[in-house]
Design a protein around this ligand. Structure first.
Ligand code: GCU
Length: 344
């Protein structure tokens, strides 16, 4: 784990933030009875492996710091949408959160490289990139000064595919005219428009009713959101366009991290790789389980998709984004090497 040198060496006048947290309470969602309880915002359910990994991070942190720190996880968008919560994280009223990659583009557009269509060929290729601390060090610490935010780690968040209420999608023609929800960023809008659909950016919590009322024809997401957030009830055709493998990030307010004493911070940072590991391995199973359960309630999964056609249509979006600057080019080249080393 490599945060900025400032944090690692602890040479700055560290803010004293023992007072930072509140809202604890024991039991569900972690939290325990520790002196300082970080609030961690999450927009999905308690069944999700990222929720479970955060609860076990809390338990280990509490033990490692002799009860000085723990984490209380707030699931189901209780603290607001990711776009809203990240502002509170920046202000320090929420200490930690999980966030989808595209929302990060609003703060530093170079995050876009990891959110582009058909970027990672395999899970292993994506893992190679996110195991490379040196490659990601500057990007992950890039919001410390401007936004008071550090990226602790990047997590696997599934493969995203298109689902809709009308028909299976096999070719780009099938997507023509369909209104598809995307995450809130330019890269996601451009991607769906290039694939042939009409992009409708919105927060995750509004998607179910928009599908139900026909405001949306469909959305794009992994099988876990499709089933766990009940989108399969109102949008039953799930087609494996496999257009995205976007990471989620675990974020922390930089002052909060800096405010921990050195030994506690070190203990905390040492727990992050295993938290990521737990979340990732749980996610792979969760994807499969979610598909089986969705099938059980009548969802139809279509593997027969012309992914090459979709990839070709989105290539100009990728090329334009990567050509923007050298930071992006470096990340992109590393991804190509990781894809070659970990082919499908
Ligand atoms: C995934 C991802 C979330 C994101 C969501 C979305 O579930 O893990 O971080 O918010 O997709 O599409 O909004």
């Amino acid at each position: 784990m490599k945060l900025s040198k400032v944090l690692l060496t602890g040479t700055v006048g560290l803010l004293s933030l023992g007072l930072a947290a509140c809202g604890g309470g024991s039991g569900e969602g972690g939290g325990g009875g520790s002196q300082t309880v970080f609030k961690l915002a999450f927009n999905q359910t308690e069944e999700h492996p990222q929720y479970k990994a955060a609860v076990s991070l809390s338990e280990k942190l509490e033990e490692a710091t002799d009860g000085r720190y723990s984490i209380k996880v707030y699931p189901n968008e209780q603290l607001g949408t990711q776009s809203d919560v990240v502002q509170n994280l920046s202000d320090g009223t929420v200490e930690m959160m999980y966030i989808g990659g595209p929302v990060m583009e609003g703060f530093n557009s170079d995050f876009i490289v990891y959110n582009l269509p058909y970027m990672f060929d395999t899970y292993e290729a994506q893992q190679q990139i996110f195991n490379d601390d040196e490659l990601n060090a500057d990007l992950f610490a890039s919001l410390e000064d401007s936004k008071n935010i550090d990226v602790l780690t990047a997590l696997y968040a599934g493969v995203r595919n298109i689902y809709n209420s009308k028909q299976p999608i096999q070719t780009p023609e099938d997507l023509q005219g369909l209104k598809i929800r995307v995450q809130q960023s330019d890269s996601q809008v451009q991607m769906i428009e290039a694939m042939g659909g009409i992009a409708s950016p919105m927060g995750q919590g509004d998607v179910y009713s928009a599908l139900q009322t026909g405001v949306l024809d469909g959305a794009e997401n992994n099988t876990t959101v499709f089933h766990q957030l009940k989108h399969d009830e109102v949008s039953k055709y799930y087609s494996y366009t496999k257009h995205l493998m976007i990471p989620d990030y675990l974020l922390i307010n930089s002052d909060v991290l800096a405010g921990m004493d050195d030994a506690d911070r070190e203990a905390f940072l040492a727990l992050i790789p295993e938290t990521r590991e737990e979340a990732n391995s749980g996610f792979l199973e969760f994807e499969d389980e979610s598909r089986t359960e969705a099938e059980g309630i009548g969802a139809e999964f279509n593997e027969d998709v012309d992914t090459a056609a979709f990839k070709e249509l989105t290539q100009p979006v990728v090329d334009a984004a990567v050509a923007e600057n050298d930071v992006r080019k470096t990340l992109y080249d590393a991804i190509q090497a990781a894809n070659e080393a970990n082919p499908a």
